[in-house]
Design a protein around this ligand. Sequence first.
Ligand code: AMP
Ligand code: MG
Length: 486
Amino acid sequence: MKFPFDNSYSRMPDSFYQRVEPSPVSSPELIEVNRDLAAVLGIDVDWLESSSGLDVLSGSQFPEESDPIAMAYAGHQFGGFSPQLGDGRALLLGEVVGKDGVRRDIQLKGSGPTQFSRRGDGRSALGPVIREYLLSEAMAALGVPTTRALAAVASGDKVYRESMMAGGVFTRVAQSHLRIGTFQYFAAREDFDNLRVLADYAIARHYPRAIEADNPYLELLGGVIERQAELIAHWMQIGFIHGVMNTDNMSISGETIDFGPCAFLDVYHPEKVFSSIDQQGRYAYANQGPIGHWNLVRFAETLIPLIDDDAEKAVAGAESELSRFPELHSKALRDRLLRKIGLEEGIDKDWELVQELLSIMSDGYADFTLTFRHLSDALEGGKETGVLEQFSDSQPIASWLTSWRSRMSNEDVALALESMRQANPVFIPRNHRVEEAIAAAYEGDYVPFRRLNELLRRPFEEQAAYSEYELAPKPSEVVCATFCGT
Ligand code: AMP
Ligand code: MG
């Protein structure tokens, strides 16, 4: 068997999905296969790279043993509820249990229309395929829980977006595609039997310990809260802005999902937004924690009928779980940001040091990644230039460095430097480099994409051959807005 499928979701009740037929593309071309990931999944890589592999990766033909479905889900998008979204340009080929024992979904994106497509064409332009490949693999290398990229394919067909553009198909691998929006789909229909089937499935797949708990559904809620609190803090540690934290884009498994208009900060500012459709700043950098909490409240609401027959009791239980989120998230964020300046856990004074630094960075238009990375030089040999040159005004940061160094004189510097190197990446998928790779791909040149993908595999290591990829964009290269482009 080419794909060792072991499907479970397609055996759920019919209302969970629609079965789909293949929609062939004209002349698929393989751009990239993730060989390491294929090996973990137990998929024959040589076959994947062959023409019959390409037929599958382009959605032109379904492999044996696959059971392709488009999943139903709902969701709050920018605060407004849509009772039916669903896989409108994606399909779940099936599930594979990898060599590591983990069950994962294999999904095609851009594979053609489904009953959930409504207005869209079910296709994807090449740009979003390249972007998701780069961003999701970079996130994985940065150590962040995330969906992964198995393959990118150019379809040979055109799609109409702002203009006619080359199309593509992306193969996404995820621990599952269960979203908060999947629960909302059944809750909105007051279909509590299927809601329970879904919740039991989610527990068995992602939170098996909850089966033993007094109240498995409260335990499920608590588990999702814990993973999301940590995940969002992890994003913020590396300057990631998700950009479209709608409830259909928040995964029950705790993975980062949906790399639409996401971007990494260059210059630090807590209110930074890149997404062209986020005009209110709903999903701004520093708003991600509170919005995560808001989404989790929506999740909790769906679980009320399962938690207890007595609604008052159910609400009290859910509220008590939800109330843990702010502290869990801020503790995770505090620990992660403290590590960036070489401190662990920390006393309140240490946290003030972090906040002061962030405030000086935002006033001084400092590059987030470079500032933190160069702090190591300032500690190691007193080489301050790398830090100072990130700031428009060097006086406030120079005096901050003095306070910080005096605080660090109580610490084991070698240990602190080691932990800083693991908390502060050298390389991130900088927006101007991602855009450069996308522009080249539209010209049929995949070299910039491959180079960027290669260097992002080791984001915490200096790589002499790629040192220019460390740099912040020149003023003319700054990317101000990102687009979903779907
Ligand atoms: P997303 O932007 O991925 O969060 O998608 C939101 C909803 O819009 C989902 O139901 C998608 O399936 C649907 N959608 C996005 N792009 C397309 C498209 N090109 N064709 C059909 N449906 C789409
Ligand atoms: Mg989505």
